[in-house]
Design a protein. Structure first.
Length: 369
């Protein structure tokens, strides 16, 4: 029986340590000038900062940054890049809609040769794609054509990938579908958290962009590899609600969820009574021989809680309740996380019946008056 190979497990190309860029002079309809290309970057997150700092260090002519306005808390991994741009004399264009008329006009005034998309979730329209003199460079933290779409870092952990990649591509109107310019592979730590993968993505993305820029500045040929339709896959958008812990699932599934949505994401959560509790860390190591019902606290030790999952217990720790960080004093052994759905529905039904009776009594008394 032939096993289907997930591209996450595919060995990296030997050339993936450095992008396959030749030193031959580029040819084409547009002449290559000897002056450094004018770069406008687009980004608003941690990986954007790492890449932008790398480009600045290489002497790239970054003339502008399109970014989110300061205080965009709705984006979980948002980083304010205005101070960095101010220190280096880079003009900023604040927007929440990359395809709006005013945003496109502001980018046009910067006269970019290339747009570098460092970290941005909106798709680019035709008008924006036509703005740079040469083209738009897209980026995605997955081995395209696998893993197109949203939330690449959490999905990398949730799918159990032991290898992944960052991909630079010539952006087109599709979703992460343009010709590949560069792909850099890296190993995924077996027990890595989202922040660990995020750091690896940022470092590899910085190196890829710096190598691509070096080639573009020197006039070297940058090969373009059309993405094959075979092997392509798409990852769906994730929301904070997807971090809810279902203790009927296996301990391994829950541990993987905690790692996938930990910082800089909203976290994996459950409820303890009426209190929402977020867990930032989990472990399957050194689990004592206890058994209980799903969601039940079996042991509290050194700030860690041993909680029963669907098949076996696991450790949950670094808890944060709605009012702030919390130790193990709030939680009592034997009590459970989550709600007993049928019991809650029964309680709500009784409460609705009581309220209906009160309403009927009040209405009848008013009619009698």
């Amino acid at each position: 029986m032939t096993r289907r190979v997930n591209r996450c497990d595919r060995p990296p190309d030997p050339s993936s340590k450095r992008c396959p860029i030749t030193t031959e002079t580029q040819t084409g309809t547009r002449p290559i000038t000897t002056s450094p290309p004018r770069i406008v970057c687009v980004g608003s997150n941690l990986e954007s900062r790492v890449v932008l700092e790398g480009l600045i260090a290489t002497g790239a002519q970054v003339v502008g940054l399109v970014t989110l306005p300061d205080g965009s808390a709705a984006v979980s991994d948002h980083v304010d890049l205005h101070p960095l741009c101010e220190r280096h004399g880079i003009e900023t264009v604040d927007t929440t809609d990359i395809n709006s008329g005013p945003t496109i006009a502001a980018i046009e005034r910067l006269k970019p040769d290339y747009l570098y998309t460092l970290g941005w979730s909106q798709l680019f329209g035709d008008e924006l794609l036509s703005v740079p003199a040469r083209y738009v460079v897209g980026s995605h933290p997955s081995p395209l054509p696998e893993g197109r779409g949203r939330a690449p870092v959490p999905w990398t952990i949730l799918q159990g990938c032991d290898r992944s990649a960052v991909t630079l591509f010539r952006m087109d109107i599709g979703v992460d579908s343009g010709p590949i310019l560069c792909q850099k592979w890296f190993s995924v730590p077996p027990s890595g958290y989202a922040s660990d993968i995020y750091e690896l993505v940022a470092e590899n993305l910085r190196d890829a962009f710096c190598e691509l820029h070096e080639a573009q500045r020197s006039g070297a040929v940058v090969p373009e590899r059309v993405q094959p339709s075979e092997g392509s896959s798409y990852r769906a958008r994730r929301t904070p609600a997807d971090g809810h812990i279902d203790f009927r699932q296996s301990a391994e599934t829950i541990e993987r969820l905690v790692r996938a949505v930990s910082h800089p994401y909203p976290g994996a959560y459950s409820y303890y009574g009426a209190t929402k509790v977020v867990f930032w860390r989990a472990s399957l190591n050194e689990v004592p021989d206890h058994i209980g019902t799903p969601g039940q606290i079996l042991l509290s030790k050194d700030g860690r809680l041993l909680v029963q999952a669907g098949d076996r217990p696991l450790w949950l720790f670094d808890a944060m309740v709605e009012s702030g960080p919390e130790g193990d004093t709030l939680f009592r052994v034997g009590h459970k996380f989550g709600y007993a759905v049928e019991d809650e529905l029964h309680r709500l039904r009784n409460e609705l019946s009581r309220l209906q009776m009160e309403w009927d009594t009040w209405r009848q008394a008013r009619e009698a008056a």
